[in-house]
Ligand binder design. Structure first.
Ligand code: SF4
Length: 329
């Protein structure tokens, strides 16, 4: 808890929706409590779990790593947590965030593992994008990157013996995912969103959980600044023109004009999620199929990752089954 005498002297740094002003110590309490309550409310952590935190070196993953460790430390379970980063191979960007990440993990005394697209898929993201551009496909960089990342995270976490993958998705990311999938008529993806991913279980799929689910991007950013986490705020060079980033801009404009709409969107989703999941199970059943090429869990005969690889390697032609929701999910 913050020291009330000190708190009074500090200027306000944050205005809550009810108008209440918080100074930095009060904000830290508010933010951390919100994350810890989210973990409890949605049963995100089982104390027998072995956790892998998916980290990129950005503000969200750094924050969730720090707070997951803090939460588990109170229960003396922090040694059950490992960090896993994916090096996509984005020149002049990812190498900087990975350097920061190595230092941050060393300071926290958290083991860090790094998987790379180059090793796993034989190509960096940069070279894959170049090939797809030369072939004039309509597959966006975030589409291919997100698809490859989901597989790399799942197989990487499985290799490390994890039973849960913790991700840094925040309320803004989730709001964008809901709208994005609605606008692209990806109705089968919608039930799989939420604070913990997945509708049906499969032992090859490591469930993903999102402790920052109820925290806005602004709140996460403010937290990292106050805590002095020296996170670089550079953006991935491919992020600018994605559908997701256009949606993010639109939602920010709307939120400025109508404060609270992002939270309302999330609450709306949480209300209808049980019905969506029930419907999904009715239509799709509870059996999980596996990709006939790589054996990973997949909704289709050939998974998105194998399909993308085939297009890049010249074995296929379009990638129309892929969707941009894969980015950041
Ligand atoms: S912005 Fe797109 S290309 Fe860049 S790391 Fe994220 S998903 Fe990958």
């Amino acid at each position: 808890m913050s020291n009330p005498l000190m708190s009074k002297k500090l200027p306000a740094v944050y205005k809550m929706q009810n108008g209440k002003l918080l100074n930095k110590l009060e904000f830290i309490d508010y933010f951390e409590n919100k994350v810890f309550k989210t973990i409890k409310k949605f049963n995100l952590f089982d104390l027998n779990d072995k956790f892998v935190v998916a980290v990129s070196g950005g503000k969200d993953s750094i924050t969730v790593l720090y707070l997951a460790q803090k939460y588990l430390k109170r229960k003396n379970l922090h040694k059950n947590l490992i960090a896993l980063a994916i090096n996509e191979g984005i020149e002049d960007y990812r190498e900087h965030t990975l350097e920061f990440l190595k230092e941050f993990c060393a300071k926290l005394d958290v083991e860090l593992h790094i998987e790379s697209y180059k090793e796993k898929y034989n190509k960096t993201l940069d070279s894959s994008i170049k090939i797809l551009r030369d072939k004039k496909t309509n597959i966006s960089p975030c589409n291919i990157c997100g698809t490859f990342r989901r597989t790399a995270l799942n197989t990487g976490a499985r290799k490390l013996g994890a039973t849960k993958v913790i991700t840094g998705h925040n309320l803004d990311d989730e709001g964008q995912s809901i709208l994005l999938n609605m606008m692209k008529n990806n109705y089968k993806v919608l039930p799989r969103l939420g604070p913990s991913n997945g509708v049906v279980g499969d032992e090859m799929f490591i469930p993903r959980v999102k402790p920052l689910y109820l925290c806005t991007e602004k709140e996460v950013r403010l937290y990292t600044i106050i805590k002095g986490f020296d996170v670089g705020y550079d953006e991935c060079p491919y992020s600018k023109d994605s559908f997701r980033s256009n949606l993010a801009d639109t939602l920010n404009i709307l939120e400025d004009k109508h404060p609270g709409i992002k939270s309302s969107l999330i609450n709306f989703y949480l209300t209808i999620q049980p019905t969506l999941r029930e419907q999904y199970v009715k239509e799709e059943g509870t059996l999980v199929t596996h990709c006939t090429k790589c054996g990973e869990p997949s909704q289709r005969k050939v998974c998105n990752t194998c399909e993308m690889r085939a297009i890049i390697d010249g074995e296929n032609s379009n990638g129309e089954n892929s969707d941009e929701n894969n980015a950041n999910q």
